[in-house]
Design a binder for this molecule. Structure first.
Ligand SMILES: C[S@@+](CC[C@H](N)C(=O)[O-])C[C@H]1O[C@@H](n2cnc3c(N)ncnc32)[C@H](O)[C@@H]1O
Length: 524
C-alpha cells in the first residue's frame, strides 16, 4: 500500500479518460447502457459522471469521447437509470440498454494478455481503474473497517494473475499520461512534439492506444517469493481497536486525529524478521516510561511515533525509530533497553529521527542520528554491493528489482561509446548496474542523500565512469542535454544517447520532452 499511496502521478487522466482496456467496460460499448443526448456533445466523461452522481447514481463508469453526443455507462443497478426520465442541461437523454451506437468505439485488436486470461477478471467482480483504486485507498483512511492485510495490500483480494493484469492496465494509464504531458509541454514551447508522441508512432510500434511505446507485461514475482517480499516497511506505533499497544499499519484515522493501528502479524508482504521486530517493540513500548505520541487534536504529545525497518537477504536489519525530540539524557534512556533486544533480532543499525510535527511524514530537515551499529545496510544487486541508509530509495522488492534491472539493461542494449542518463537515479542502482556496458553514466536525483549514497556506492564498487548530480530533473536534464540551445550543451562527448527514467511521479512537463530527443533510446 505504501507504494500505491505514494504514487501521486502527474497529469493522471481521470477514470473516465482511461481507456477501456483498463476497466471492465467493453471496448465496443456492448454490455454498457447507451445514453444519447445532444447536450452531451463537447462534454468530458467526468461531467457526465458528476451529473449521474447528482441524479443518485454515484460510481458510474462512463465511456465517452468529447465530441460524442452519446456515452456508454456501466453501473451496478441499471434499473435506476432505465426507469428515470433524464435530462442533461435541460435536454432529454435517450436511454438504450445494451446497444452500442453505430460505429462507436471501433474495436481495437485485442492486446496480448501478459499472463493469459484470468477467469476472475471476467467474472462479476469489478476491477477498479487506477484513479478509483487511489480514491478508495484515500477514502478508506477515515472510514476503513477491514484489517491491516486488506488495508496494506488492496490488490490482494484478486488472484496474483489478475493483480498483474491490473498493474498492466495501471502502467498503460501512466504511460498515456506521460505521452500527453510531452505533447502538452511541446505545445507550450511552440515546438513539434517528439515523434514518439504521434499516433503513427504508436501504431507502427505496436504501442497501446495513446501510449508512446509498446509495453511489456509486468514482471511478476516467482512462486515462493510472494510472501515476506518487502525489504522496507514503515510501521506506526499506536493502539489497536481495543486500545492495546500495537506496532503495525494504520487502519483508520478518527475524527479527533487518533490513529487506529492494525497488527501486521498476518500480513504476508511483511517479512518474518520484521514481524518479530514489531512484536518485540510492541511489548517494549507497553512497558516503556516514554508514552506513545498522542495524535489527537489538543494533545499532540508523547514520544514513540513510527518504526522504519529495512532487511537484506542475509536477514540483517536496519531500523529507525521516529520520536519527538529527546534531550541527550532521554535519548540514552530511550535507546538503552532497546539495543539488546534489537541485536537478538539481527538488527545491525539503529537510527533515531526526531519529528515534532503533527504528521509522521518528517520534514527533509528532520534530525536523523545513528545510535548503534553500522551506518548502512548492504543490499546485493547484480554482483554489486549497494549500501542503503534509512532514508535512501531502494526498490522494496529485491527479487523483482533484479529482474527489472536485467530487463532495463537488455532494452537499453548499451554500447561502450554511449552515455546513459539515469533520471531519478535514487542511490544509483540502475546506472551502477549499467556502468560497465557504457562510456559514462550521469545520474540525477532531487534527494541529496541519494546522490551521496550513489557516489559512495560507485566508489565502493570501484566504478569510476559515473557522475551523480543532486537537483530537480526538470532543471538539470535540460541543462545536461543543452536543451533548447545546443551551443550551450554542458555535456558533449559522444552525446547522451540513452536515457532511463524510473519514476512516474517525477515525470513532469519539463522533464519529458527533454529526456527523449529524436533517435534516443528512452527506457522508462
Ligand atoms: C522510484 S525512485 C527510483 C530510484 C532508482 N532509479 C531505482 O530504480 O532504484 C524515484 C526517485 O526519483 C527521485 N525524484 C522524484 N522527483 C524528482 C525530481 N523532480 N527530480 C529528480 N529526482 C526526483 C526520488 O528522490 C527517488 O529517488
Amino acid at each position: 500500500m505504501a507504494d500505491l499511496e505514494s504514487e501521486k502521478s502527474a497529469g493522471q487522466p481521470s477514470a473516465a479518460e482511461q481507456q477501456p482496456e483498463d476497466s471492465t467496460v467493453p471496448e465496443d460499448g456492448r454490455g454498457g447502457i447507451h445514453l444519447s443526448c445532444k447536450a452531451f456533445r463537447g462534454q468530458e466523461p467526468h461531467a457526465l459522471q458528476e451529473w449521474l452522481a447528482e441524479a443518485g447514481m454515484p460510481n458510474v463508469r462512463v465511456r465517452k469521447k468529447k465530441p460524442w453526443h452519446y456515452a456508454f455507462v456501466t453501473l451496478e443497478d441499471e434499473t435506476k437509470l432505465k426507469e428515470q426520465e433524464l435530462f442533461f442541461k435541460k435536454a432529454k437523454v435517450q436511454v438504450n440498454a445494451r446497444q452500442a451506437a453505430k460505429g462507436a468505439g471501433k474495436k481495437r485488436p485485442a492486446e496480448e494478455d501478459p499472463n493469459g486470461p484470468s477467469k476472475k477478471l471476467k467474472a462479476e467482480e469489478k476491477i477498479p481503474v487506477l484513479k478509483e483504486l487511489r480514491e478508495r485507498i484515500k477514502g478508506s483512511k477515515k472510514s476503513f473497517d477491514g484489517d491491516a492485510l486488506e488495508k496494506s495490500a488492496p490488490l490482494m483480494k484478486w488472484d496474483y494473475k489478475t493483480q498483474l493484469q491490473m498493474k498492466h492496465g495501471y502502467v498503460k494509464t501512466a504511460v498515456r499520461s506521460i505521452t500527453k504531458l510531452a505533447q502538452k509541454r511541446c505545445e507550450k514551447l511552440g515546438r513539434a512534439p517528439p515523434s514518439w508522441c504521434s499516433k503513427e508512432w504508436s501504431l507502427a510500434s505496436g504501442a497501446p492506444q495513446g501510449c508512446c511505446c509498446p509495453l511489456d507485461p509486468p514482471i511478476g514475482a516467482p512462486e515462493g517469493t510472494l510472501r515476506g517480499w518487502r525489504n522496507k516497511c514503515e510501521f506506526t506505533i499506536g493502539r489497536d481497536p481495543r486500545g492495546e499497544v500495537e506496532v503495525g499499519f494504520i487502519l483508520k484515522i478518527l475524527p479527533d486525529g487518533a490513529q487506529v493501528i492494525g497488527s501486521i502479524q498476518e500480513v504476508p508482504l511483511v517479512p518474518a524478521p520484521m514481524q518479530r521486530l514489531c512484536a518485540m517493540v510492541s511489548s517494549l513500548v507497553a512497558k516503556s516510561s516514554f508514552p506513545i505520541y498522542d495524535r489527537r487534536e489538543g494533545q499532540r504529545k508523547g514520544v514513540w511515533r513510527t518504526l522504519l525497518a529495512r532487511v537484506n537477504p542475509s536477514n540483517e536489519m536496519l531500523v529507525m525509530f521516529q520520536t519527538t525530540s529527546l534531550s541527550e539524557e532521554d535519548r540514552a534512556n530511550f535507546v538503552e533497553p532497546l539495543l539488546p533486544e534489537l541485536e537478538k533480532l539481527g538488527v545491525t543499525s539503529v537510527f533515531l529521527q526526531f519529528n515534532d510535527e503533527v504528521t509522521d511524514a518528517a520534514r527533509p530537515t528532520a534530525l536523523v542520528t545513528q545510535v548503534h551499529g553500522k551506518p548502512r545496510l548492504e543490499m546485493p544487486m547484480l554482483g554489486l554491493k549497494l549500501e542503503v541508509g534509512p532514508l535512501s530509495f531502494f526498490n522494496p522488492n529485491t527479487t523483482t528489482c533484479r529482474f527489472l534491472m536485467e530487463t532495463a539493461l537488455a532494452f537499453l542494449n548499451l554500447k561502450k561509446t554511449e552515455i546513459l542518463l539515469d533520471i531519478f537515479c535514487g542511490i544509483g542502482t540502475i546506472g551502477l548496474c549499467a556502468a560497465h556496458c557504457c562510456e559514462k553514466v550521469i545520474g540525477v536525483d532531487v534527494v541529496e542523500e541519494n546522490i551521496e549514497d550513489a557516489r559512495r556506492n560507485a566508489e565502493q564498487n570501484a566504478i569510476s565512469n559515473t557522475e551523480f548530480l543532486a537537483g530537480k530533473a526538470e532543471e538539470l536534464v535540460p541543462k545536461i542535454l543543452g536543451d533548447m540551445d545546443p551551443s550551450k550543451e554542458e555535456i558533449k562527448g559522444s552525446g547522451c544517447s540513452s536515457c532511463i527514467a524510473s519514476s512516474p511521479n517525477g515525470w513532469t512537463e519539463n522533464t519529458v520532452p527533454h529526456a527523449g530527443q529524436p533517435g534516443d533510446d528512452l527506457c522508462a
